[in-house]
Design a protein around this ligand. Sequence first.
Ligand code: ACM
Length: 505
Amino acid sequence: MVLTHSLPLVPVPASAVAGDGRMPLTSATRVHGDSPAAAQLIDAVERRSGIRLSPADDATKPGDIALRIDASVAEKEGYTLRIGDEAELVGSDEAGLFYGIQTLLQLLREDEAGWGLLRADIADAPRFGYRGVMLDVARHFFGVDDVKKFIDSTSALKFNHLHLHLSDDQGWRIQIGSWPLLTERASSTSANGDPGGFYTKADYRSIVEYAASRHMIVVPEIDLPGHTHAIGVAYPELVEAPVMNDNLISDSERLGQPLPVAGERYLGWGVGHSSVRIREEGTYDFVRDVIRELAEMTPGPYLHIGGDESHGTTQEDFDHFVERATAIVVEAGKVPVAWHEVGAADGIAEGTVGQYWGMTTPQGTHAEEAAHFVERGGALILSPADATYLDMKYDKDYPLGQDWAALIDVRSAYAWEPTAVLDVPDDAILGVEAPLWSETVGTLTEVEQLVFPRAAAQAEIVWSPKDAPERTWDSFRVRVGSLSPLWKAEGISYHPAAEIPWSRR
Ligand code: ACM
C-alpha cells in the first residue's frame, strides 16, 4: 500500500488510501450530476487546467466524474470519493459534495502526460461543526468582491463560517436604516487614514448569498460596549468620552498616532478607550434597532455582540450591558456570540456562545470566563491568539501584522489541540475560528499573505481526526506545500514560508 500522506490533501481526510497512478482528465471527461456543485467543479477545473469539462446525463463511462447525494454515506458535510477508472463522488448532503469537490481539485495534478486525478479511495467528514475564519472589515474596509474571493479561498479549505467584524473604533461598515448617520458619517475612513467604505443592505445580502453557495454561514459582529468610537462620530449622544489607559498612551506614542478625541474620527489602533453609555435607555433602543435589522438580513443562527477590551468600563456596568445585549439578541431570534470577557457576567442569556481569544495556556480569569458560557448552557469557539490569530507576524522581521500575542510561524500555528486549552467537556467546543484583524493590512493581497498558509493549519486542526496518522507536522508541511499550484491558479497570494517545501506542480 502506498503511504496515504503521498496524497496531497489539506485538511487530511478521515480515511484516505492512495491508489495506483492517475485517471487522465481531458476535454473528453464528462461530469454527471445536476447539483450546483457540478457547475462549480467544471469552472474550477477550467481555472486550474484550462480544460472545460462538459456536463452529461447519460450512463457514466470510464474517465467520467459522477456526483450524487446519499445521506447514508457519511455524517453531515461528509463525502466519499473513489477515483479509479472513473471518479465517483458521493456527498451526504450538498455541503459534503462541495467539500468532496475541494478534495478532488487538490488531487488534480499535471505531469509529463498531462492532467489527471490521483487515484484514491477516501471517506471523510469533519471533526467539528464550526470551522470559522474572521475578517476585520472595520479597521480596514474590504469591498464585496474582496470578501467573495476570501470566501472562495477559505471555503476551499472546508471552513464553513465567515465572521465579519463590522464595527470598531475606526469605522462602521453596515447600513442600518433606522440609524442612517452610522454609515453617512462614520464609514469613510479606515485605520491610518486609509479609505473606508460600508456595505449597503443589498451588498451584505449578496455576501450572505455567495457565502451560502460555498456552504459558509455569515456571523455578523457589532462590537459592544467598547470598540465603539465610530458610533460617537455619528451619534455623539450614544457614547462616553474616550477613557485613556497606559497601553493606549504608550502605543500611540510609539506608533506616532494621535489619541482619540470625542466625536472626531479615530485612525489609530489603540484599544480600550471607548464605550456606549451603559446607563442610558437610548443606548438599548439603538442596540435593539441595530440587532433587529442585522437579524433580518442574516439567515444564519448567530449574531456576535463583541464584548472584548472594555477597559474604560466598570465591571458592574459591563455586566449590566452584556446581560441586556445578549437578551436582545435572543429576542431577535438569534444565538448570541461574544468574546470570552462576556463570560464574567452572571446573567448572560442562556445559550450564549463564547469566543475564547486568550492564550493556548490561559492566563488570569480567561478560562473561568470561558467556562461560564458552558455553565449557562452555551458552548465555545476557540480562537487562541497565540496559535490562531492570522494577524500575528510569522517572524519578527515580517513586514505585515502585529506581535502582541506571539510570533506565529506555520509550525506553531499547527501545534495546538482545541480540547486541551480549557477545562470544559469536549462536546462544549463547537470548533475553531481563525481571526484576521486588519490594522496593518489594507489590501486583499496583504490579507492573503497573512492568511495563507496558516489558515490551512487551522483547517486541518478543526476538520481532521485528532489521531489520523498523517496529522503530523512532517506530513502537513509536505501536503500544504503541494497546494501551491492550486493556490497560484486561484490567484491566492500566499506567503512562501521557508518552513514549507513548496511544489511547482
Ligand atoms: C480581540 O482580539 N480583541 C478579540
